[in-house]
Design a protein around this ligand. Sequence first.
Ligand SMILES: C[S@@+](CC[C@H](N)C(=O)[O-])C[C@H]1O[C@@H](n2cnc3c(N)ncnc32)[C@H](O)[C@@H]1O
Length: 267
Amino acid sequence: MVAKLPIVVHPGYEQLAAGLASALGAPLVQHVEQITTEHYLEYGDSGLSLVSSLSDAGGGKPVTVCCDFVNGTLRHRRLYGGGIRQALGRAVGISSGFKPLVADLTAGLGRDGYVLASLGARVILVERNEVVAALLADGLARLRQHAAQDNSLREISDRLTLHRVDGKNWLRTLDKESYADVIYLDPMFPERSKSARVKKDMAIFHGLVGDDADAGDLLELACKAARYRVVVKRPRRAPPLAGIKPRFSIAGKTTRFDIHVLKKIPR
Ligand SMILES: C[S@@+](CC[C@H](N)C(=O)[O-])C[C@H]1O[C@@H](n2cnc3c(N)ncnc32)[C@H](O)[C@@H]1O
C-alpha cells in the first residue's frame, strides 16, 4: 500500500481533513473520481474511513475500514457481550474487585481496548501506524461526542487514552511506578477469519500495517514491564507468539488468549 494515501474530503469536513492531511503529509482530493490509488482515506458523515477503491469492481459496495465504538458490533458487544465473564475479561483478570490499568500496545482500531474499558478497565491505547492511529483517534472523538449525552458511554470514554507511538518505545519511557497492571498484545496474524467480507476488511488492514514482525521483541519487553500479566491474543490454533510458552490459555471459538503470569492478581 502506498505510504501517503490521498484523503477525499466531503463538504463540511474540510477543516478536519486539512488537519489530517497536514499531519500525515497526504494530498487532499475533492472527488472520488480523481483517485488513482488502490486505497484512500475519506472524511464524511460517518467519520474517517479507509476505503479500497478496487472493491468497487463488479458493482459491489466498496470495502471500508473505520472505527465505530458507538454503533454496530461494539454496541452489541457492550450491551450483550457477557460482561466480565467473557474470555477477554477473564484473560486480563478483570473481576468485580479488580479493574486493572491495561496497556494495549497493539491498539489497532481499538475494539479489544474498548471492550476492556466497557468492562471497567482503564486502557492506554498505543498504536504506531499513523493511519490506523488517525482512524482510532477519529473513532474516539465520535465516542466522546456521543458520550456527552450518555453517561455509560462517558464512563467508558473517560477510561480510554491514545498514544501514537511504537509500543516498544513507549515501554522504554516508563519508570516502575507507572507500569500497567496488564499489558495486552494482539499483533497481526494472517488469515484470521473465514468470512469473505471480514477477510477483505482484514486484507486492507493487513496491507496497511504489514506483518508486525517485531511482535516477539514487544512480548519480551512487555514481560519486563507489566505488574501482573501479559496477555497475547492468537488465532485458536496458532503457536504461541515467538515460541514463548504462556502459563495458561483461554480459548474461544476462533481465538485464544495466552496468559504470561508475572504475579498473582489481587482479589
Ligand atoms: C491486529 S491489529 C490489533 C487489533 C486490535 N486488537 C483491535 O481490537 O482493533 C494490530 C495493530 O497493532 C499495531 N502494532 C503492532 N506492533 C506495534 C507496536 N510495537 N507498537 C504499536 N502498535 C503496534 C499495528 O499497527 C496494528 O494496527
